[in-house]
Design a protein around this ligand. Structure first.
Ligand code: 4AD
Ligand code: MG
Length: 466
């Protein structure tokens, strides 16, 4: 008689006992004695493994070993789901049949024992999803991505797909990866002796996008409220625990929103995402709290329960200047804040998430709306404990002349962005948006310490193995 396969998650939640079940997964551990063997099987559906009890009469240890029922093997287990005799689980499977799909050589399988360092696991990115830690991180990552779409869909936003290959530099920062099909040797040259991208695949120089914002604005000027959620690429040489060369960004863009509306949305959105994880990923969060960060659950709950502190850059600089703490980088009005400053504000001074607004125009992108004083722009950065900047956004400059002026000042070529300027020529309207770094969010919610441990295949300087 054939039984339908169940997930480990479904079996562990099942009230229906003393029935035949079939489960497929990977052996996490096998232990026991000459009377009975215990095999922990995990299939990724939950952090928990199900305990399989194999009676030595049917399954003597030598037979299990010979068949390869060892750590890492892929197996199918048939048996009876029963109430567990032992501690640590409520149900277990009394095995009647054990099939091995693929063994894992005990002498060479790298995940033989527990307690590998995260650094070591980074070197085996193809196997680390099989650990409890990465299973938890990847399930949380999924839940958060799903919650992003849920939130926007419930609130009348449309998901737009912005291009990965672009001919413009959205942030005007020039830290981009070139995309070209020109030959490496002897590429065509122009009269000035430079590579002639006019002869390249797209007839112009193209790069991987650093942000979907500019195209997001196009969509917002037609659909009202939109968002993008896609990969972005930055060739900045930042070898830090907060930076990746390839990361995912969520960028909502809303017509008729000002900076206040933008802040309200950012705060509501972040709280929704954290609340969603708290509700839907309890087991994984409990595991991460126990093993990595004892304060994790408290910190997440705190973010959900408290208002973010809102203040201007100028006010923040005043606070930092009168702070007792010595900073490595001095603070003065007009300089960009370093992460030590951001963390002082969040972790020491206010002890809660902070939204900083109205930064000096010279340290922000060309598209941000100029304030009346002509010195600051309607920017907003959301700063989180342990993370620093998690969101960057702004109200956009909707006035054609002012935008052109800013582009000139910041040497952003108009001819590349004629279409962006057209949005200000035809039916321009106040609008605003922001970018949430998805990995920084996952970093915050999982309590992990390094951004390279919250994306399956991290890309950073000198690393693109997997
Ligand atoms: O502040 P950023 O550069 O803003 C933009 O790109 C705007 N176009 C967003 C918008 O208004 N639509 O980046 C936004 C966020 C940062 O706050 C940070 O969370 C994340 O993206 N981020 C990175 N995450 C990982 N690695 C990097 N190298 C990152 N650079 C930015
Ligand atoms: Mg930023």
């Amino acid at each position: 008689m054939s039984v339908r396969r169940s997930s480990v998650a479904a079996l562990l939640a099942s009230q229906e006992l003393d029935r035949e079940v079939l489960v497929k997964g990977w052996v996490r551990t096998r232990r026991g004695n000459k009377f009975v063997q215990f095999i922990a099987v995990n299939d990724g559906s939950t952090i928990h493994s199900i305990q399989v009890v194999a009676n030595a009469e049917t399954f003597p240890e030598e037979k299990l070993k010979a068949e390869g029922v060892e750590n890492g093997a892929a197996v199918a287990i048939r048996g009876t789901l029963v109430a567990s005799q032992g501690k640590g689980q409520t149900v277990e499977i009394q095995a009647t049949d054990i099939e091995v799909y693929g063994a894992a050589d005990t002498t060479t399988y790298p995940l033989q024992k527990k307690g590998h360092t995260l650094e070591f696991l980074r070197e085996i990115a193809h196997l680390r999803p099989r650990t409890n830690t990465f299973g938890a991180v990847l399930r949380l990552r999924h839940a958060l991505a799903f919650a992003v779409h849920q939130y926007f869909n419930d609130n009348g936003f449309f998901y737009v797909h912005t291009p990965i290959i672009t001919g413009s530099d959205a942030e005007g920062a020039g830290q981009m990866f070139r995309v070209t099909t020109l030959p490496e040797q002897n590429p065509p040259l122009n009269e000035a002796g430079q590579v002639d991208y006019g002869q390249d695949f797209f007839g112009k120089a193209t790069n991987l996008t650093v942000s979907g914002q500019l195209e997001g604005e196009i969509a917002a000027m037609a659909l009202g409220k939109v968002y993008t959620f896609g990969p972005t690429f930055r060739a900045e040489n930042s070898n830090t625990a907060r930076h990746l060369a390839e990361f995912w960004m969520i960028e909502p863009e809303m017509a008729f929103y000002d900076l206040q509306d933008n802040m309200d949305l950012a705060e509501d959105f972040l709280k929704y995402l954290v609340r969603y994880a708290l509700e839907k990923c309890q087991d994984d969060l409990k595991f991460l709290t126990e093993h990595y960060d004892k304060e994790l659950l408290t910190r997440l709950q705190f973010v959900v329960d408290n208002d973010f502190q809102r203040l201007t850059y100028t006010e923040a600089v005043d606070i930092l200047k009168s702070a007792k703490q010595k900073f490595e980088f001095p603070v003065d009005w007009g300089t960009d804040l370093q992460s030590e400053h951001e963390r002082y504000l969040v972790e020491k001074h206010f002890k809660k998430p902070v939204i900083l607004t109205n930064y000096p125009k010279d340290i922000k992108a060309f598209y941000m709306k100029l304030d009346e004083d002509g010195r600051t722009v309607r920017a907003m950065d959301v700063l989180f404990p342990g993370i620093g900047e998690i969101i960057g956004g702004s109200q956009r400059e909707e006035n054609l002349e002012k935008l052109q002026q800013r582009m000139q000042e910041m040497h952003v070529p108009e001819e590349d962005l004629w279409w962006y300027l057209d949005l200000r020529r035809f039916g321009s309207a106040p609008h605003a948006g922001f970018g949430l770094g998805f990995e920084r969010l996952v970093l915050f919610v999982t309590g992990m310490a390094n951004i390279r441990d919250v994306i399956p295949f991290p890309r950073f300087p000198r690393s693109a193995e997997f």
